[in-house]
Design a protein around this ligand. Structure first.
Ligand SMILES: C=C(O[C@@H]1C=C(C(=O)O)C=C[C@H]1O)C(=O)O
Length: 356
């Protein structure tokens, strides 16, 4: 289907207040939209039914799930070669927002120095007024951002619109084979220069590799861990290690692997419970679906792909709320951590640019 018509159909669906999930997998030029024919939010507590899922950071069987058998599916294509380089979108930051985030980072560093906490991922949200919501324009910009990410736009009348362009796989699974990744550490390379990773980034990423491999030990029979390498996400680069293997037959459900992984130290911290408690007590807002997971569940014999919901925003008719964070260790510098969140915010600002 031609892209203008595709976007127009999604807009009409939104105006009828019916749920949808529009998505494109990394390196694919195909965009698929599942247009749901009722407002249902099915329970799919065992993750056994095929459909689209959006789960919050505080995941406890409270994910939104839209079953594939109640959809009309439409597809379109983007020309990946036409993807234009991003230009920085100027951002108005209140001094108080900067001060509040840097104080949160400072408190995290102090807690790391004085307690068993080793790494915690802190975050903030940024609300931006919109004159109106031009959904067709948002969709076109979102799906031509860049190719290396999972891009999605979700709507349900109870959640509003959530969209994002995330570089992080939570899990890919087909039968008993799975793949995941440890993604952490962020740099903004200048003019395509090779990234020189420092101790802080290597360390914060290693926490993720260690926790993922340890948590998977109980449920996997084979586990392979790749070398760590630089992985681009738009104008930023992260450190990435691929982890793949085979799940024990008796533990092979998608649910058991999600429970073993989420929340990883890439978006929560280590030790997990201490970090989670710190976030709940200090972050001062509800992350909702940011750092939860989003994706498409397929039948056992096909590939299910779930992604960590990063570089994302919530869209309401007159407001966009952007969510960003970063991993804090004892080597963090509060001002640089604030700048890192600004850099990460650029992804969704690119989408909103013409509306600002
Ligand atoms: C928390 C975010 O990203 C995560 C944190 C990273 C970091 O601390 O360097 C890098 C990639 C993600 O795992 C975010 O994008 O908001």
């Amino acid at each position: 289907m031609e892209i203008d018509l595709f976007c127009q159909k999604i807009k009409e669906h939104y105006e009828s207040k019916l749920p949808f999930m529009v998505f494109a997998h990394p390196e694919s030029n195909e965009i698929t939209a599942y247009l749901f024919t009722s407002k249902i939010n099915s329970r799919n507590d065992n993750f056994e039914q095929a459909g689209a899922i959006l789960a919050p950071f505080d995941f406890a069987d409270n994910a939104y799930f839209l079953p594939i058998d109640q959809t009309t599916t439409i597809t379109t294509h983007v020309d990946l070669s036409s993807i234009h380089p991003m230009t920085e979108v100027p951002l108005n930051e209140d001094f108080l927002e900067k001060q509040a985030y840097e104080a949160l980072v400072q408190k995290s560093i102090k807690t790391i120095q004085n307690t068993p906490l080793k790494k915690v991922v802190t975050s903030r949200k940024k609300e931006i007024d919109l004159p109106f919501l031009d959904l067709e324009n948002v969709l076109k910009r979102l799906f031509s951002l860049y190719a290396s990410v999972f891009t999605y736009c979700w709507y349900h009348p109870e959640t509003d619109i959530w969209c994002g362009a995330t570089p992080e796989i939570l899990v890919k699974k087909k039968d008993t084979s799975f793949a995941t990744m440890a993604l952490a550490g962020t740099k903004k390379p200048q003019n395509g220069m090779v990234v020189d990773w420092g101790h802080k980034e290597k360390n914060e990423q290693k926490y993720v590799v260690d926790a993922i491999s340890k948590n998977l030990e109980k449920i996997t029979s084979v586990i392979k861990i790749s070398k760590t390498y630089s992985h681009p996400a738009g104008t930023l680069v992260h450190l990435r290690t691929d982890i793949e293997g085979v799940i024990k037959k008796s533990r092979s459900s998608l649910k058991s692997i999600v429970n073993a992984l989420h929340p990883t130290p890439a978006i929560c911290g280590t030790p997990k419970e201490v970090a989670k408690q710190f976030i709940d007590n200090n972050e001062g807002y509800d992350r909702e679906f940011y750092t939860g997971f989003v994706g498409i569940i397929r039948p056992e014999s096909e590939t299910t792909s779930l992604y960590v919901n990063l570089r994302c925003m919530r869209l309401q008719p007159k407001k966009a709320t952007l969510y960003v964070g970063g991993g804090i260790t004892e080597d963090s510098n509060p001002e640089l951590e604030f700048i890192e969140t600004q850099n990460k915010m650029q992804t969704m600002l690119q989408v909103l640019h013409p509306l600002l």
